[in-house]
Design a protein around this ligand. Sequence first.
Ligand SMILES: [Mn+2]
Length: 252
Amino acid sequence: MHVEKYTKNAVGHLLLHYGRWVAHFGNKDIDHLRSDFNYNLAPARGMGDFDYYQKRLSEVKCQNRADVKTLCDWIVTLPKENFSEEQERRFFQTAYDFMAKRYGEKNVVSAWVHKDEGGQPHLHFAFIPVCIDRKKGIEKVSAKEVLTRTDLQNIHPEMAACMERVFGRDIGILNGETAGGNKTVMELKAKELKQEVASLKELKEQSIVEVAQSIRKQPKLIEAITRAIRIALGKEKPPIIRDREHIREQSR
Ligand SMILES: [Mn+2]
């Protein structure tokens, strides 16, 4: 199991992805014929996931900054055992109950079990990190104060113990990022962009000669710069999430 944190502008796309409300999210490993086997463990609220996210967010204090993490996603992967359908259900329901109690069911936005991706079935426990502001005594959004180091250290053994109570034995909860990975293309893309920006930042202080040397060392850099200039001039649209899929399809 591992956790990812997202800012407001990523949430819309993510929630569409979790619920498979978009046909072509940029994830190559989705077998859409199996998407009907996915299920959501979060309670039905009579509204869309994004609407509920916005509603709950409006009830709590949240800093109005683009970099505030407003959604967290615990990914819990089914251990590689010969679980029956019923045992699998019990595993994910147990994981859901455990997480809902820990982070508050009101804060759960969705809890989809994905059975249509390569690798093991897994749960996306997506929630708004809400805690009580110690000074003001009101609810506020703070991923830092919810996912503390202590919480991150304790959650794995506590979940394992919880499963042991339910299954009567240690079923081997996987820690960290599981084999095969459940990283979405969006996450990979974000990482790539971060690296490109870092490369550009390095150039800032350099003379033309030094820039030329940097480019020679990193031929890919010139592509990034050219593209950044085109985007800055409005000649090219900023990258969208599906970019990678298009590139992949073209190269086939
Ligand atoms: Mn998934």
